[in-house]
Design a protein around this ligand. Structure first.
Ligand code: ZN
Length: 345
């Protein structure tokens, strides 16, 4: 069990937490402490998640509940907005409500999926989690959002793709999962970025050419030299800043990072896979959720996708699902995997 899935990778928080300026290190240090606490409680979380999902199986419509954790850590907190109710006036709560709704809608309208578990799971989110908390996560049964530290990070509800990324971890888990380490972990991470960017493009009705292909755009405060947390168009170029350091993502197998950190570089080597999706989507043109997105979604659901699949296995299965979409799609997907050095023939 790998819950919870955190949006901000541990190596970034670790770097920030030792920054000599206390106003810059404070939020990240607090966040690491809290995440450590939550990790030790995760067995309980996972049990609760399964029970809740089983109870939810009869529900068939979009049902959102947003709670206010009131800067504490007890979940879910106090109900602040439920499905169909008017705006709460709390910006974070209303953003969480809207973005969770858009993500649900994309999976429903495009992939005929009935919520995260394809069995009508009600969507629960808690905002204002912790103090100066620099993260967002999916704990197996709900989403949790921090307000950010106000120096480096803004509130985590601000970006639709962050929310869709986290909910997509729930989708992947309910499809049998991809073990959250090494190459299967990077596949898990990349699928969340793929559905994250697709939710943003779907919401903005953007074609592949119009998208910024950035994950976490708008999350950093002015003064931080970052366009976002990751770039699918140019992995490794999202940020380069004295406080944050430089975006460590590779975009090609020749630069694959062998590391023990970050579950074997799940947030690092995912750049290679993200770039493959970008190459396929831009080659195909139009709305990326229709062709490239369909191929990636069907590959996630492929009956031969194993929980410890590596990049080449995923690419091979994606060639099968792409072939079902037509020759142009198959050719674009093949050339994308060649473009990042995962396939060679
Ligand atoms: Zn993730």
């Amino acid at each position: 069990m790998s819950y919870p899935y955190y949006f901000i990778p541990p190596y970034l928080l670790e770097r920030l937490s030792v920054h000599p300026a206390p106003e810059l290190s404070h939020g990240a240090a607090q966040t690491l402490l809290l995440d450590q606490q939550v990790r030790t409680e995760r067995a309980q979380f996972a049990g609760a998640a399964i029970a809740r999902q089983q109870r939810a199986r009869r529900t068939v419509t979009l049902k959102r509940s947003i709670y206010d954790a009131k800067n504490g850590t007890a979940l879910p907190g106090t109900l602040i907005r439920s499905e169909g109710k008017a705006v709460s006036g709390d910006a974070a709560a209303d953003e969480a409500y809207d973005h969770m709704g858009t993500t649900w809608q994309m999976f429903h309208d495009v992939y005929e999926r009935n919520s995260i578990d394809d069995a009508g799971l009600p969507l629960v989110g808690s905002v204002h989690y912790g103090k100066d908390y620099d993260n967002a996560f999916w704990n197996g049964s709900q989403m949790v959002f921090g307000d950010g530290d106000g120096r480096i990070f803004k509130r985590f509800t601000i970006a639709l793709d962050v929310i869709a990324h986290e909910l997509a971890h729930g989708v992947t888990a309910s499809e049998g999962g991809l073990a959250y380490q090494n190459q299967s972990g990077a596949l898990n991470e990349s699928l969340s970025d793929v559905f994250g960017i697709l939710a943003k493009q779907f919401h903005l009705r953007q074609t592949a050419d119009q998208s910024d292909w950035l994950i976490g755009a708008g999350l950093f405060l002015p003064g931080i030299n970052a366009r976002g947390l990751r770039s699918m168009a140019e992995p490794g170029s999202a940020y380069d800043d004295p406080v944050l350091g430089k975006d460590p993502q590779p975009g090609h197998m020749r630069d694959y990072v062998d590391t023990e950190q970050d579950n074997g570089g799940v947030h690092i080597n995912s750049g290679i896979l993200n770039h493959a999706f970008y190459l396929a989507a831009t080659e195909l043109g139009g709305h990326a959720w229709e062709k490239a997105g369909r191929v990636w979604y069907d590959t996630l659901r492929h009956h031969r996708l194993r929980p410890d699949a590596d990049f080449a296995e995923f690419a091979g299965l994606s060639m099968e699902t792409a072939a079902a979409q037509g020759k142009d799609v198959a050719a674009a997907v093949r050339s994308a995997w060649r473009g990042v050095g995962v396939l060679h023939d």
